[in-house]
Write a protein that binds this ligand. Structure first.
Ligand code: G3P
Ligand code: MG
Length: 251
């Protein structure tokens, strides 16, 4: 199955968490790095700090990717932004901060990057995070040539995103494609299914496309896997290895 631009009018290779493994994840430096390597689309994770500020971070705790400690929803952004979010990766990124979603969105627009905004709520904040992330996505990308796709593992976040921004394209994130995927997609009004590439088969890819949905796979780091997925008609891959799978990778 070949490329269908009407199904997926977005970049086909997207940098995971901004710059993959080449820069500290979910930072402005990562987004700049992705862009500097020719990437036209980035994925990043959005969570709310205690004061409601949406920020880019993957884990609900700060330890792995910052110099701070504790839980993201237990701290205000004013506290979180003091921590170093780059030094864990390498010395050259020391001093990098956890960015706000607003700053990341502005940078994407400035660099002409498309975004896959992953709504990544801390436990118990699914509805609130969906509301804030979707509303801001709508506001921040107003007038952009390509709207972002907002995606989430959380059904509650996606339902809220649909309520506040019905016109914003949504992707349902799953690890393994569940047997009732089609009913879920329809119920949530999603345009794309975002799955772990390891759980995808050619037959499933065919069924998803036959039902009219786009298919995005994460996190694809081996060019052999990437080529096979594109052969199956997968519309988009998200990669950590920007050095091995370039923005124009075809297979
Ligand atoms: O959105 C694709 C991918 O980022 C989902 O998994 O854990 O890396 O956010 P994770
Ligand atoms: Mg993610």
């Amino acid at each position: 199955m070949g490329t269908d631009m009407s199904r997926w009018p977005y970049p086909r290779v997207v940098a995971h968490r901004g710059g993959g493994t080449l820069a500290p994840e979910n930072t402005l430096a990562a987004i700049r790095h992705g862009a500097s390597m020719g990437f036209r689309g980035v994925e990043f994770d959005v969570m709310l700090a205690r004061d409601g500020t949406p920020i880019l971070i993957h884990d609900e705790t700060l330890e792995r990717t910052t110099s701070g400690h504790g839980s993201v929803p237990a701290l205000d952004y004013a506290d979180i932004e003091r921590f170093d979010a780059g030094g864990w990766h390498s010395g050259s990124f020391r001093g990098e901060r956890v960015p706000t979603f607003v700053a990341a969105a502005n940078l994407c627009r400035e660099l002409g990057l498309w975004a896959n905004v992953e709504i990544k709520p801390a436990k118990g904040y699914e509805v609130q995070t969906g509301r804030v992330a979707a509303q801001l996505t709508l506001d921040l990308w107003r007038g952009a040539p390509l709207q972002p796709v907002v995606s989430s593992f959380s059904v509650d976040s996606l339902e809220m995103a649909r309520q506040v921004a019905p016109g914003l394209p949504r992707g349902l994130l799953v690890s393994k494609i569940p047997p009732d995927w089609e009913a879920r997609m329809e119920k949530l009004g999603c345009v794309a299914l975002h799955c772990n590439y390891k759980e995808l088969t050619e037959a499933l890819a065919g069924s998803v496309h036959a039902a009219g949905y786009a298919l995005l796979c994460w996190t694809v780091n081996d060019p052999v896997d990437a080529a096979r997925l594109f052969e199956w008609g997968v519309d988009c891959i998200v990669t950590d290895r920007l050095d091995l799978i370039g923005a124009d990778f075809q297979g």
